[in-house]
Design a protein around this ligand. Structure first.
Ligand code: IMP
Ligand code: ZN
Length: 347
């Protein structure tokens, strides 16, 4: 008999579809990668931020900066990717992971070098976890810079078609905007699309994104009319029923959701709309996929069987082949069968 929800949420084979590489790095990994002189004031300041298990929003953004400084060489990017994959598998029992990251050039490292290092770490992974890659466009970047990144993404997709599966739009939602031509070009070149959408109230952009119709939406916080979205956008959404990647802790810490209870996931649960549960930035927000599942049990009254169903349904939203979908469904069915008595018929 599995003792409690905690064990259940760990043991359940899970699918993670919204995880930013540099936001997912553990404190230990960041400390190791930073290799700073421990006697300096700067080291102490960084160590203080990293030692916290709860962070303010300002401290969360500070961790992004620390992570970017720590992953500014090919070797560090490789090690960081390896560490995140291991963490998701060993500490969270994730069996399928779509990692996303923004190709970044640094001194001595081109955007292509950056992507190659991530892909190499993914390909050399020999754990029981399937890993695919989504490459992000940062919405703060100019059209010219975004086009340059898109060209790198398309080139790398041709080189590594079995690893690179999709493209994402992320970054500060208060800056930049959705560029439909860019994402249409990506789609025409065989990339799936996942777009951060309605992280803040912005009905015009949300309409543009929904009309384009990405394969998945990140967050969708201000989309439902009860959460400030327009009725006309909600009507478009209900026709398309695009799966939403829900990241509860991230939204609560960033203050876009009032609380775990008052998270928009409740509307998706209530109306049986498609969604999955994700971490966003497990390192930055001090969370894990296991914890996110626990939050849904605690605050939205779901049962273990519902969580199994969520994980099973999520398989349909992944950007990998039908063959991989079948393998994952078999894994989840086998897990269900071997836990059925103790978990679902115990009352
Ligand atoms: P990276 O792309 O691997 O460097 O991961 C960190 C980056 O992901 C950040 O600099 C942001 O651009 C993006 N990101 C992480 N979390 C969020 C979010 O909640 N909203 C929008 N963008 C995000
Ligand atoms: Zn995100």
């Amino acid at each position: 008999m599995m003792e409690d929800v905690d064990d259940f949420c760990f043991d359940l084979p899970k699918i993670e579809l919204h995880a930013h590489l540099n936001g997912s790095l553990s404190d230990q990994c960041l400390k190791k990668l930073n290799c700073m002189d421990e006697s300096t004031k700067e080291y102490k300041r960084i160590a203080d931020v990293l030692d916290k298990t709860e962070r303010t929003l300002t401290e969360c953004f500070e961790v992004f900066n620390i992570a970017h400084r720590a992953t500014n060489t090919v070797d560090a990017v490789y090690k960081a990717t390896q560490s995140v994959i291991r963490d998701f598998y060993l500490n969270d029992h994730v069996v399928y992971l779509e990692l996303r990251t923004t190709p970044r050039a640094e001194e001595g490292m081109s955007k292509e070098d950056y992507v190659s290092a991530v892909v190499r770490a993914i390909k050399e992974n020999n754990l029981e976890i399937i890993v695919k890659l989504i490459l992000s466009i940062d919405r703060r970047h100019s059209t010219e810079e975004s086009l340059d990144t898109l060209n790198v993404i398309l080139k790398m997709k041709t080189k590594y078609p079995d690893v690179i599966v999709g493209i994402d739009l992320s970054g500060n939602p208060h800056e930049g905007k959705f560029n439909v031509d860019l994402f249409q070009k990506a789609r025409d070149n065989g990339l799936k699309t996942s777009i951060h959408c309605a992280e803040i109230k912005n009905d015009e952009e949300v309409e543009n994104i929904l009309t384009f119709g990405p394969d998945r939406l990140g967050h969708a916080t201000f989309l439902h009319p009860s959460f400030g979205g327009s009725q006309s956008n909600w009507d478009i959404y209900c026709k398309k029923k695009i799966p939403v990647e829900c990241c509860l802790t991230s939204n609560v810490i960033c203050g876009t959701s009032k609380s775990f209870q008052e998270h928009h996931i409740r509307e998706w649960i209530k109306s049986s709309l498609p969604f999955c549960i994700c971490t966003d930035d497990k390192g930055v927000f001090c969370t894990s996929l296991k914890k996110e599942y626990e939050m849904v049990v605690e605050h939205h009254g779901l049962e273990p069987k519902d969580l199994w169903q969520i994980s099973y349904n999520t398989v349909d939203y992944i950007f990998a082949s039908d063959e991989i979908k079948t393998r994952l469904k078999v894994k989840l069915m086998n897990w269900y069968n071997s836990h059925e008595d103790e978990l679902f018929n115990s009352d």
